[in-house]
Design a protein around this ligand. Structure first.
Ligand code: GTP
Ligand code: MG
Length: 322
């Protein structure tokens, strides 16, 4: 299969071709790198927004409302919902589908759900390739929903220019978990479900936490109250996203973040490519035998890894590397 034909169709705006190339990346087919080079050249125009937070805080509802807002401005929208938890049951994804059905009939909206299928490639790489493909397709705004830190393999900062961390009132645990993992990644905080009791004090807790950091290097994350399902506070959220984007669009000022995004993507691509090359150097039987030996504790997993990698990379100093 020549994926470059697919890439050309995507750049012309062919949604079916985009869906197919995303599947190629997800299924870890070989040889789509050249198509991704073309996609890369045609991308770079979209605004990429990350929405993250604990399960059930209202991320998808917020994504839906923000997408509707972008549509009102006449912008085309791509939505990538990453569900690392339950690729099998797909419960959350199904719920999202129903919620999204209003948008999915809109030709200006492209929605894609993805979950880890337990393959060798990283979900991060799949998500970043999907964002690029939607960008090349012509989506002007791309929203990526991921479940909060610690529960996901997807580094949202590596994907998005603006990251919104969503939380909800009622659990001090929430603020604790944000402290533990999400503090460094948030550009904007949204305390969703402001219709429920305790939203003011959750916001106050977050603000107190933010105030402890002395130097925000030009952008101090605002804490906003909203109700995604009640359509309250959404203008303010959209406004903050716009302001952050303006601030972030100065390329000189943000080389550090862009460089760390680039570094991560390069390493993800290397890791997935090498893993694929190495895996194809052993047969399923050979791999099965090694798995059995390690499971029976007759061989160290490091030794097994060296044996597999050694047959694909003769001459590499695997004792040093592994
Ligand atoms: N009371 C209240 N409920 C809300 C609000 N926003 C969303 N919800 C409800 O919260 C529940 C979870 O919303 P989702 O948007 O699916 O949350 P999520 O964070 O995407 O959930 P996962 O993707 O499963 O992690 C749904 O029943 C929503 O209707 C709100 O502002 N107030
Ligand atoms: Mg969701």
């Amino acid at each position: 299969m020549n994926y470059t034909t697919l890439a050309r169709s995507i750049i012309r705006g062919d949604r079916k071709a985009a869906a197919r190339l995303i599947s190629v990346v997800e299924d870890e087919e070989e040889g789509y790198g050249e198509a991704m080079d073309m996609i890369f050249s045609a991308s770079g125009r979209a605004g990429v927004l990350g929405i993250t937070g604990a399960p059930g805080v209202g991320k998808s509802t917020l994504v839906f409302e923000l997408a509707k807002g972008f549509r009102k401005e006449g912008k085309s929208v791509g939505i990538v919902a990453v569900d690392p938890t339950s690729p099998l049951t797909g419960g959350a994804i199904l719920g999202d589908r129903i919620r999204m059905s209003e948008l999915s009939s809109d030709p200006g909206v492209f929605i894609r759900s993805m979950g880890s299928r337990g393959g060798t490639g990283g979900l991060s790489l799949q998500a970043s390739a999907t964002v690029r493909i939607l960008d090349a397709l012509g989506c002007e705004e791309i929203i990526v929903e991921t479940v909060g830190a610690g529960q996901t393999q997807v580094d949202i900062m590596g994907l998005a220019d603006t990251v919104v961390v969503v939380t909800m009132p009622g659990s001090g645990d929430e603020v604790q978990s944000i402290k533990a993992g999400l503090l460094e990644i948030a550009d904007i905080y949204v305390v969703n479900k402001m219709d429920l009791p305790g939203s003011m004090s959750t916001a106050a807790d977050l603000r107190a936490m933010i105030d402890l950091v002395e130097d925000w290097k030009g952008w101090k994350p605002p804490v906003l109250l909203a109700s995604a399902s009640g359509a309250r506070g959404l203008e303010e959220v959209a406004g903050s996203i716009r302001r952050h984007r303006e601030w972030f669009s100065d390329p000189e000022a943000h080389m550090e973040r862009r460089a760390s995004q680039a570094r991560k993507e390069i390493y993800d691509i290397i890791a997935s490519g090498i893993l694929r090359a190495i895996s194809s150097a052993v047969t399923d039987e050979e791999m099965g035998e090694l798995v059995r030996l390690v499971a029976e504790r007759k061989m160290s997993p490091y030794d097994a890894a060296r044996k597999v990698a050694g047959s694909a990379l003769p001459g590499a100093d695997l004792y040093k590397a592994l």
